[in-house]
Write a protein that binds this ligand. Sequence first.
Ligand code: BES
Ligand code: MN
Ligand code: MN
Length: 462
Amino acid sequence: MDTVLSFIDSQQGRYLTELNELLAIPSVSSQESHKPDMARAAQWLSEHMTRIGMEHVAIMETGGHPLIYGDWLHAPGKPTVLVYGHYDVQPEEPVELWHSPPFTGTVRDGRLYARGTADDKGQVFIHLKAIEALLRQKSALPINVKMIVEGEEEVGSDHLGAFVEDHKDLLKADLVVISDSGMFEKGVPSLTYGLRGLTYMEVELTGPNSDLHSGSYGGSLHNPIQALTEMIASLHDRNGKVTVKGFYDDVQALTAVERKSFAKLPWSDRAYAKRLGLKTLYGEKGFTTLERLWARPTLECNGIWGGYTGQGAKTVLPAKAFAKISMRLVPHQSSKKIAKLFAHHLKRIAPKTVTVEVRELHGGEPAITPIDSAGVKAAIAALEKGFGKKPLYQREGGSIPIVVDFKKRLGLDTVLLGFGLPDENAHAPDEFIDLENFYGGIRTVVHFMNELPGYWPSSRKR
Ligand code: BES
Ligand code: MN
Ligand code: MN
């Protein structure tokens, strides 16, 4: 192992140069204009995977943005890990708030800044470099590895479920490993065992059949913006609870054991509020902040628009008003069911003065992964070796919808091995990956591959 680890230490400069090539490709999956960049990023990854010694590397069509597959399968009798990640990124806007160009990897204060550093190109690259280090120094991996890197995670992984279903043999494995989440805080390696689900809705309210002069017509009708904000304001009660009828029906209650384990984590509401520039926090009464973030469902307005928002004043009553509203879900809520409840609720509370249309944009199911599996045990051991500290167990508030598909379609549990940080600015200006986490991540993945056979039932000596 030592030769592999010292090789990793000696390659830090090269790692950054290489990763910067991938970061320079603006693979924004949501914007049509970046379609050629999606192809370029896929090409870059496939060439890189081949160069480090992976086999059967292929750019595969999904019906949407392509996906890259590669494997290394020369460890007979040893477990097979399916590594999943994504090369698509969120838009860089608002670009003026970045302190260095979003698609130029830039090191400042021990961090590498650029869109996709943490979410998720940097974390995909961690796996590639771990594989490369082992193949260069040992000419073999201790386990079998299959890897898929998709290009549609940030837009809901619309085609991936069907792809997995159609490629069950190709993707046959013993467990899934995903590095697309974070650690509890810097210096605290963490094993994530829960993700929230998501239901994303768009609401369109229509009042009069055209925009109207607000002097000639104001006072005679219900402004759709007013109606919409009244409706949105009613979606939470005084206790911060969501009022959508039936919203909490399927929510799995927190157990006393889990509440206790959350409460033991090194957390300060004050420090958290301070980091966010807030005087005080807000949320559902009766739950701690970590409980609200990880184990309680939420409803959030992501955007709201209508009427005149250009320069200066325009006296107008808009014909329409819109909102984008998403809900984070927890076990055992169902994304489809919540979408229905939401649409029904909005129709029910809409005043007669307007008509309301509700559309579902995308969704994904919440996931809890078992923490007593061989994969998790190996991950815990690997994190401790990689970061020199015992990891803690945590859940996350974000969503990786494909985790549930891997379980349902391939029967596989997922190990979430995240190397991001809570303040990494994912989806925001100045996204970064902490370089200690980056190099620690490479070491951890090497240790993970090395540890796994020892924990794996079928390959364990009796
Ligand atoms: N990497 C994130 C998911 C994530 C975020 C996991 C924070 C753990 C902590 C992923 O790329 C993401 O952004 N997912 C989307 C969901 C998707 C359906 C658009 C999300 O959570 O909003
Ligand atoms: Mn991600
Ligand atoms: Mn993301």
